[in-house]
Structures are given as structure tokens and as C-alpha cells.
Ligand binder design. Structure first.
Ligand SMILES: [Zn+2]
Length: 482
């Protein structure tokens, strides 16, 4: 008998031989023959499914090529249960779902980066600014917060990031510190592919391996295996979502393509959410949310000399009055009907509208601060905003993004953000880029240096190219803005 974990040499050679034959056949597009060999290999050494999911993945490719979509789907889900974050596997799963479920599904195309209009030097300095801030957070032990900055560099600056030696190493160290071992190892491997002789990486990789295998560190805390198909479809990609996790007494679903995460909302809850909230932004003081809304709107109104503004989801905020008094052409919008009535009494008819009654007006600037996370139908809601933009119009707002791991590991020490029952949609860079792209909008993202606001993303979605230079040249980090 063989010891578990070993294959006797003769048998191993035979498997390796079969595998190389199978690959050759697959490359030569003889999928039926290739599949026969892949099946033989797996029948012979079933544990290879877990030890070398690549084999099963190649088998899945053959199944799909032969039109056996259902089985290809099963195979790739099995691969994902071993390597849940593998981008190639995830991409293939979404292809499968496209093939299986829908002929009208819309694959998300990468947005051509509007940042190309800004010089490489400027982009490098933006990336460095984010990186420096991330490293400072890591140094003070705020690893999840640090990741929110380091990941932004990798996602937004794919041209600059590979030149920043050590970036992936730092990311790997942060991931290790928050015990997301699988992702940590991947980041270190990425660094090694840039710098194969980096001995610090090799040591770290060993440490990660050991920690993830031994004793009480065995639990990979960030690991999630979203492999069970969920009942929800991604409104954006029209793909079947995967169950992400059960958290805060709700199920959360992730789109395998764009990573948009949404929580279950049943019909009765949707109705309640659609009525808005009487307390919407009704704080007696001039709260942080209003100050930040006013600050960011003024950046565009004043510097680009724009005049027409829609304050979307503004509630009782004093920003409406401030802008009106400053002479801007301002309209407020909310969901809570009594609020709209009261505001119209105060400021005159047409000052405020319910979302569904908004007349066909177009605006230079639309603000949506702490609004996107409330969207039950995110695509429809963004479309509504896009429809009310003038040519070269700008949407500006903020929301907390998902930065990996469980939603319970929100980077802020106050982890209550996703506990709010009305927070039902969790955005990511990819999903926001995708929805913006769908409506012909470009994007730009900024952060604040404020402590405990690492997950907060200030976003700009804008039409046309008139303000490319201005928007893409905005500071990456706004200092002392809430
Ligand atoms: Zn999607």
C-alpha cells in the first residue's frame, strides 16, 4: 500500500505521461480524446482534483468545448472550492454561466482607462501617494485599512504597480496579518514573479504556509468559497450570483464577474426601503456627511464654474439651503414623501422631488453621498442618475467599498456599516467601473486620510472628455475631509 500523499514512481510517470498527452490533444482541439484521458487520470488518482485543480480545470475546458455545459460547471465549481480566488477559474465560471443561462447576458468589458489622459508621471505620483498612506497604516498595525489603499494601487494603476517593487510583498504581509493566508501567498508569489531572488519573500511564503497549516492558526479567516450558486442574478452582468456569506442575519450574494455584492431583499422589505426614511440625514448638527457633500460639490461647482446641481438622497441636509443662498440652481431629491412636502413648503414648489417624480431636467453635477449602498436595483438607479446628466456632467458621491474578506472584517474599527438593514449593495472598483461603463461614464476614485475611513471611497462618474484632465488629476487623497 502506498502512503497517503505519495504515488509510486512508475504510476506517477504514467500519470504524467497521460497528462502531457491529454494537453497535446486539447491544444490540437481533439477535445473528446483529451477528455477521455483527463477522466482516466482523475479516476486513477481522484485526489488530484484537490491537489492539482488545474487538471480539472483543463478537463472543464474540454467539457465546455464539447457543449457539456452542466458538467463543465460542476468541474469548475470543484476547482473553485480549492482555489476560490483564482481569477482564471472565476472568469471561466462566469463564461459557463453565460453559456448556460442566457443568450442576452452582457459580459463586462474592461473600461479603457481614462487616466491615459493624464501623464504617466502624474499617475505614478498618485499611485505612490496611495501606497505611502497604505504603508503608514500597515506600520501602525491597521492591516485591513492598509489593504484598502494598497489594493487601489494595484487595481487603478496596473501600468504603474508592477514597477513598484515591494508593493505585493507589503500586501502579502498585511493579508498574512489578518490571516487571509491564501491571498497572502498569492501576493507573495506575484512579488516573486517580479523579483525571483527576493529571499524575504521566500521566507514569508514559508511562514505563511506553516501558519496556515498548524494549530489554532489553521482557520483562514478571510477565506470565502463562494461556490454555491445563489438564487440572485447580477443585475449588471445578468449572471447567476454565488452565495458569498451569511452575515448580519442576511445572505449576501456576489457576482463572479463584477464582484458586486448584494444582500437578500424580499418584496416587503424592498417596499419599505423604497419609502425612504423619515430620519434621512436628519441630524441636529452640521454632520460629517453634509460637510463632505458640500466640500466635494464645491470642488466641481467652483473650479469648473458649473451651476445646475441635483442633490440626490439629500434628506434634511442643510447643503440644499447653502447652495441656494450661494446662487446655484439646486434641486433636492429624496424618497420620504413627507420630507419632500415639508421642503417644498419651505423653499417653494419644485425645490424638492421624489425620485419617481423627477422631471426631465439635466444637471452639471449630481451628488449621491452615502446613497449607493441603499440601492436595491443598483443598475436602474445609476441609469436614472446618468439620464439626468448633461453632456460632460458629473456624478460625485461616496460609499464604503468591499475590500476583500468577510463583510464582518470591515476596515473601520466601527464595523457597523453593513449591519444597517438599509445597506443592501456593496460596491467594488470593478462593479462600479462596469456600471459606469454601461452608461458611457468614466470613473475616478479618491480617498481621505481620516482615521477610520479606510473603506470610504469618493467616486466621480462623468460623461464626455471635457473634464478628463481635471477629474483624473484630482488628488488621490483628500486630507482632513470626512
Ligand atoms: Zn456582475
Amino acid at each position: 500500500m502506498n502512503q497517503p500523499g505519495t504515488i509510486e514512481t512508475g504510476r506517477k510517470d504514467r500519470i504524467v505521461g497521460l497528462y502531457s498527452q491529454a494537453r497535446q490533444l486539447a491544444i490540437g482541439r481533439d477535445y473528446a480524446q483529451a477528455l477521455e484521458l483527463y477522466d482516466k487520470i482523475i479516476a486513477d488518482v481522484p485526489r488530484l482534483i484537490f491537489e492539482t485543480p488545474r487538471i480539472n480545470y483543463e478537463r472543464a475546458l474540454c467539457l465546455k468545448a464539447l457543449g457539456r455545459i452542466e458538467q463543465a460547471g460542476q468541474a469548475i465549481r470543484s476547482c473553485l472550492s480549492v482555489q476560490p480566488d483564482d481569477p482564471e477559474f472565476l472568469r471561466f465560471l462566469s463564461e459557463i454561466q453565460l453559456a448556460k443561462h442566457s443568450t442576452d447576458a452582457m459580459p463586462v468589458v474592461d473600461v479603457q482607462h481614462p487616466g491615459a489622459s493624464v501623464s504617466f508621471e502624474r499617475r505614478t505620483s498618485q499611485a505612490l501617494e496611495l501606497c505611502r498612506h497604505g504603508l503608514a497604516l500597515a506600520k501602525s498595525g491597521e492591516h485591513t485599512a492598509a489593504l484598502a489603499f494598497l489594493d487601489q494601487v494595484l487595481i487603478e494603476y496596473p501600468d504603474v504597480a508592477p514597477k513598484m517593487m515591494g508593493l505585493q510583498l507589503h500586501k502579502g504581509s498585511c493579508l498574512r496579518a489578518v490571516r487571509r493566508f491564501g491571498e497572502a501567498a498569492q501576493a507573495i508569489r506575484n512579488e516573486l514573479s517580479l523579483d525571483p531572488n527576493n529571499s524575504r519573500c521566500r521566507k514569508l511564503l514559508n511562514d505563511i504556509q506553516r501558519e496556515s497549516e498548524c494549530g489554532d492558526l489553521a482557520r483562514d479567516e478571510g477565506k470565502f468559497a463562494p461556490v454555491a450558486a445563489s438564487s440572485m442574478r447580477c443585475e449588471l452582468c445578468n449572471l447567476q450570483c454565488l452565495v458569498f456569506e451569511r452575515q448580519f442575519e442576511r445572505d449576501w450574494h456576489i457576482c463572479p464577474n463584477c464582484n458586486l455584492i448584494r444582500s437578500d431583499v424580499d418584496e416587503s422589505q424592498a417596499k419599505v426601503l423604497d419609502k425612504g426614511s423619515p430620519s434621512g440625514s436628519k441630524s441636529p448638527t452640521y454632520g460629517a456627511i453634509h460637510r463632505r457633500e458640500e466640500f466635494f460639490c464645491r470642488v466641481f461647482l467652483e473650479q469648473l464654474k458649473l451651476n445646475d446641481i441635483l442633490l440626490y438622497g439629500i434628506g434634511w441636509s442643510p447643503v440644499y439651503k447653502n447652495f441656494k443662498e450661494a446662487g446655484y440652481n439646486v434641486v433636492g431629491c429624496d424618497l420620504w414623501r413627507p420630507l419632500i412636502e415639508e421642503r417644498n413648503k419651505q423653499f417653494g414648489q419644485g425645490a424638492f422631488y421624489h425620485r419617481d417624480d423627477l422631471p426631465d431636467m439635466k444637471f452639471d453635477v449630481i451628488s449621491a453621498f452615502e446613497v449607493f449602498e441603499h440601492f436595491v436595483r443598483p443598475v436602474q438607479e445609476v441609469q436614472l442618475l446618468a439620464n439626468h446628466l448633461k453632456d460632460n456632467g458629473i456624478i460625485v458621491g461616496c460609499t464604503d467599498f468591499w475590500h476583500g474578506g468577510s463583510l464582518s472584517k470591515h476596515p473601520n474599527p466601527d464595523r457597523s456599516y453593513w449591519v444597517h438593514k438599509s445597506h443592501v449593495t456593496t460596491w467594488t472598483w470593478k462593479s462600479m467601473n462596469a456600471v459606469a461603463h454601461q452608461f458611457g461614464l468614466k470613473t475616478y476614485y479618491c480617498k481621505t486620510n481620516k482615521r477610520n475611513f479606510a473603506a470610504k471611497v469618493f467616486f466621480v462618474m462623468y460623461k464626455g472628455s471635457k473634464y478628463d484632465q481635471f477629474v483624473q488629476g484630482l488628488p488621490k487623497i483628500f486630507y482632513d475631509v470626512w
